[in-house]
Design a protein around this ligand. Sequence first.
Ligand code: GTP
Ligand code: MG
Ligand code: NA
Length: 345
Amino acid sequence: MTKKIRQPIIAVLGHVDHGKTTLLDRIRRTKVAAKEAGGITQHIGATEVPIETVRTLAGPLIKLWKGEIKLPGLLFIDTPGHEAFTSLRARGGSLADLAVLIVDINEGFQPQTIESIEILRKNRTPFIVAANKIDRIKGWKVEEDEPFLVNIKKQDPRAQQELETKLWELIGKFYEMGFQANRFDRVQNFTRELAIVPISAKYGIGVPELLVLIAGLSQKYLEEQLKIEVEGPARGTILEVREELGLGTTIDVIVYDGTLRKDDTIVVGGKDKAIVTKIRALLKPKPLDEIRDPRFRFDQVDEVVAAAGIKIAAPGLEEALAGSPVIAARSEEEIEKAKEEILSQ
Ligand code: GTP
Ligand code: MG
Ligand code: NA
């Protein structure tokens, strides 16, 4: 039997208020953005989007991707765009197999747009550009959830021209930074050219094409890098350390490799030390739920396979440090190796 490709991690990056959380809300049918204090994202979020949801939202467009989509789903990571959160953006960017860079097409490149590109370049993370808020172009006709290539045909020539002008401005900015970019349907080679998908996150326009490209390209990159599901012990990164009523101190973790089991010992990075502890509970958010702000209760699970967002309850996590590694270990030898690795960082 051929090994399954692991679920890809898709980070959403971009300048503050350019629409990252709104895009995920549109995909999840949630309203996380509206509930954030001051409308500002202050943490890294994680959401699993099952492939059936991608298929439903993409509709017949999924056939545009030549070749079968074999992924079980997509693990999206939402990052903050506010300038204060450079380290959270860097963490999200470094975990990602593929990123979506969101640019408000009416504002164009802004400081954290450039910073996000630098993070992605440094990590050699492939990315797709979502040129957001096209519905704000004067006279734009909104049709909810419509593919961009259908929606664009309904626009007046003047609105179409306005979009073209703004797209060319973006393409010029990317060129200045050393990238060859183009509207996605004019891209000949996705490995060499950056694809720009015009979208309205608020109304879902262009989201079908964006999802097809995210699924297709992430699968292609994972296959090329032979990132398949592995049986080995898990490796992850702590997003947040949180007190939970009835659970004590927990850690929200992105597992990016291997399998995490309920009876695993984990070695976790803390302040100047490595914490060795036994897992008490593995808590998984429901699909399409946000780990920071779940609508439903978590499911207790016995095992998770990368990539996944998971809350771990275990004794002694009070001194765990956000951004540190989590390594599962199944023998004394593995525990020692993990401790060494964490302390040497
Ligand atoms: P941070 O996480 O704080 O960096 O912001 P963000 O990138 O997650 O942006 P957010 O989703 O919070 O959206 C910012 C504002 O832009 C909100 O008022 C959204 O309703 C609005 N917005 C987002 N996408 C669109 C869009 O496609 N069209 C319009 N008209 N407004 C949008
Ligand atoms: Mg946000
Ligand atoms: Na915001």
